[in-house]
Design a protein around this ligand. Structure first.
Ligand SMILES: [Zn+2]
Length: 110
């Protein structure tokens, strides 16, 4: 891993579930001890910084379970069946992804 590489940062979400915990793209800005990283998180609405000076982000590959909020894992380690991605996509019954099927009209339109 190098400075500038991209990993996944796991957002915290809200306790009531209004905002679920999801994976966000994050750029590595610093290396700390024992897999601690400083990250610049690319949220859809803006950047969020987690420098080592504020504690950084711990590594949590979360095999077979949901990763903890505030942690990072490699994009290749992201488990679409068991972790945050499944939660991210849980609103879509097709299981394909968060996108409307191409060419399909939304009910109520036209
Ligand atoms: Zn992920």
């Amino acid at each position: 891993m190098r400075i500038g590489d991209t990993v996944h940062y796991v957002s915290y979400g809200t306790p009531g579930g209004e905002f679920p915990s999801v994976c966000r793209a994050a750029t590595v800005t610093e290396f700390g001890d024992t897999q601690l990283l400083g990250l610049c998180v690319l949220n859809p609405t803006g950047l969020f910084f987690h420098p080592l000076a504020d504690g950084g982000c711990e590594y949590d590959p979360a095999i077979g379970r949901t990763p903890r909020g505030g942690t990072w894992h490699g994009m290749d380690e992201c488990n679409p069946d068991g972790a945050a991605m499944a939660r991210l996509w849980s609103g879509n019954s097709s299981g394909i992804g968060p996108f409307r099927e191409h060419g399909k009209k939304q009910s109520g339109s036209d």
